[in-house]
Write a protein that binds this ligand. Structure first.
Ligand SMILES: NC(=O)c1ccc[n+]([C@@H]2O[C@H](COP(=O)([O-])OP(=O)(O)OC[C@H]3O[C@@H](n4cnc5c(N)ncnc54)[C@H](OP(=O)(O)O)[C@@H]3O)[C@@H](O)[C@H]2O)c1
Length: 270
């Protein structure tokens, strides 16, 4: 299938690791120019070097924009760096943070900080880049949400709340894209083996007196993952494939949708 995105520019937030990095790599392989975001020069340069090595792409096909996307200043900084080389046609709102914290330990700032990074990063960038996409009559926006968007989670209420909010925001932006050729969708991702998840499981395993491989297996045999049909963590490449498809010319009839890439972990028909 020809994604027809060779002339497109794609901004992927949180792309030095995990799902964001894998998405940048897939889009690059499909011919798009990718713009990575990071908070630090070292991590950004390292990701750029790895991408170029892994794909044999021309160096000018990978750009970098710096900024802490948990803040409006950081989002403005990223957008102003983009203006120099051209605004993107594809926006992947991937950056996000997750942690387990019971309600008794959640302070007001935990809720607002989580909201800033997981929801407002996508709101600010979509709002800033949408007019350019609408004006040119072509644009793709994907919000990387979670299976947690669909269900309550008393152990990480603040995280689950942000993932539900993303789906609502994505759908509203999708309706603004009517008659402008701009599609906006969410991808509902289930547990996926990423750098962030590894660090997260190391902490949980230490608290439980178990090893990371033991925790990794236990999640699917006795934890929340028992309903998973694939009974394993997804690979970042599997998530990236769906995000890249939604970013393509071929996905022009898919908008306002929340698509599950969750190995069947959510036991529902739709
Ligand atoms: N992995 C899963 O199991 C899973 C499941 C469901 C949903 N998701 C969602 O998928 C997305 C990606 O998850 P992941 O597991 O791939 O993440 P990850 O491995 O933790 O990767 C984190 C990336 O986010 C960047 N980042 C973090 N805070 C940032 C900030 N304030 N400003 C700019 N960049 C920031 C990091 O960049 P620098 O450190 O270079 O700045 C890094 O590139 C998230 O939205 C997450 O909620 C993941």
């Amino acid at each position: 299938m020809d994604f027809n995105i060779e002339t497109r520019r794609a901004l992927v937030t949180g792309s030095t690791a995990g799902i964001g990095y894998a998405t940048a790599r897939t889009l690059l392989k499909e011919g798009a120019t990718v713009i990575l975001t990071s908070r630090t020069e070292e991590r950004a340069n390292d990701a750029r070097d790895r991408l170029l090595k892994e794909t044999d792409a021309a160096p000018e096909k990978v750009e970098i924009a710096f900024g802490d996307l948990a803040t409006s200043k950081g989002a403005e900084a990223v957008v102003s760096q983009l203006r120099a080389n051209g605004l993107p046609d594809i926006l992947i709102n991937n950056v996000g943070f997750f942690e387990v914290k019971p309600i008794d330990e959640l302070e007001d700032e935990d809720w607002t900080d989580m909201f800033e990074i997981n929801v407002m990063s996508g709101v600010r960038l979509t709002k800033a880049l949408f007019p350019h996409m609408a004006e040119q009559g072509w644009g793709r926006v994907v919000f990387v949400a979670s299976e947690q968007s669909l269900k309550p989670n008393p152990e990480m209420m603040h995280y689950a709340m942000t993932k539900t909010a993303q789906v609502s925001v994505a759908r509203s932006f999708a309706e603004l894209g009517k008659d402008h050729g701009v599609t906006v969708n969410s991808v509902l991702v289930a547990p996926t083996w990423s750098e962030g998840v590894e660090v997260f499981l190391e902490r949980v395993a230490a608290d439980a007196g178990k090893t990371v491989p033991e925790m990794r297996e236990a999640y699917f045999t006795e934890g929340d993952g028992t309903s998973s049909i694939i009974a394993r963590f997804a690979d970042v490449k599997e998530i990236a494939a769906q995000i890249a498809f939604l970013s393509s010319d071929q996905a022009s009839a898919i908008t306002g949708a929340a698509q599950r890439v969750d190995g069947g972990i959510v036991r529902s028909l739709f």
